[in-house]
Design a protein around this ligand. Sequence first.
Ligand code: PBG
Length: 430
Amino acid sequence: MASSVVNVPCNVQAIKGLDCQNYFGLKPSRNVKFNCVKTGTTARPPCLFVVRASERHDGLVKKIGLSDAECEAAVVAGNVPEAPPVPPKWAAPAGTPVVPSLPLNRRPRRNRQSPALRAAFQETHLSPANFVYPLFIHEGEEDTPIGAMPGCYRLGWRHGLVEEVGKARDVGVNSVVLFPKVPDALKSSTGDEAYNDNGLVPRAIRLLKDKYPDLVIYTDVALDPYSSDGHDGIVREDGVIMNDETVYQLCKQAVSQARAGADVVSPSDMMDGRVGAIREALDAEGFQHVSIMSYTAKYASSFYGPFREALDSNPRFGDKKTYQMNPANYREALVETHADESEGADILLVKPGLPYLDIIRLLRDNSSLPIAAYQVSGEYSMIKAGGVLKMIDEEKVMMESLMCLRRAGADIILTYFARQAARCLCGEKR
Ligand code: PBG
């Protein structure tokens, strides 16, 4: 039976945020259950969070002896009942200097002194509903580990993919984005395999939609996995990436993905004018309901290294600097933002994530559209490597980095940690 979402995010983060483990006595196991998804027979009972204001008293006032009036009279008469004394002040270690207190009328630490206060004043929250899970797929039957991305696999589209999506849904991650590893023999200089209705991506979309009709499927729109040159666009003899001709191909690719059932197409190619052209192409084919998540500010970053290994999509020559943005540029992100907004983008994406928090904030403050951040392969691999080498606490750094992306202004985060982080938010161990 197909799994279905029965109860999407109650505010897990209010219970378990960054202070993942010990949260003022609320244990996320019994009555506070973050159970988002039901998969076939492994269904768990739905989320139940019972708060009792007082003990049961069956409408009767419990009699212990005196009436309210008698109690009040006793106090008035000076017979004050006993209560515990004010606890003694804690001792400072011997040798602590005795100093007059600083004359401060602001002591921000007051609001941080207990887990309950910290939880009350937490400004940003993280939930599995914020995650989009990028998945690599291939034609094979087996799942092949990706060397540079520990914990990530090229998933067999027929089995591994379906299983992984099921597991992600079990912890509340119901959005995925697909990246195909295309056989070399199907690559060409014009990337025509990108719009083959029976290609790997459209097939995988159809299978996933059949198993999980309410799954949100994002797709990548770009030619690089299909290009024999490893570039996102068509390469002219002299090495120039041809803009308008590429956009023509991208429109066909987006329509093919929409036809297969994609919910959100995501142009990551950085060609000029592609959002408007794709919008028009989708509408012309009756896909008005399909959204466009535009890679608005995608930088020519070295953090994409592991991803290119995963898909074997390294540019065969040169780099991507004539279409992806210069990491030194800030204002230019606004030029792209205004273009994508006016061309009809539904979501604006910044990529990479953590090194580009200022850009996320820039877009957040300059657009009313939802903002996405892509925590890219290199960011993922660095945290994994640091964890494996015991140089950092992988889980804590993972959760902190995701929280920081949200704090900077991202509504959704594309992250290879999606399932692991969601498990942590649900209180499950790795
Ligand atoms: C290409 C594409 C890339 C990524 C997503 N889409 C790589 C690139 O631009 O070379 C990178 C994602 C990652 O590094 O995790 N269209």
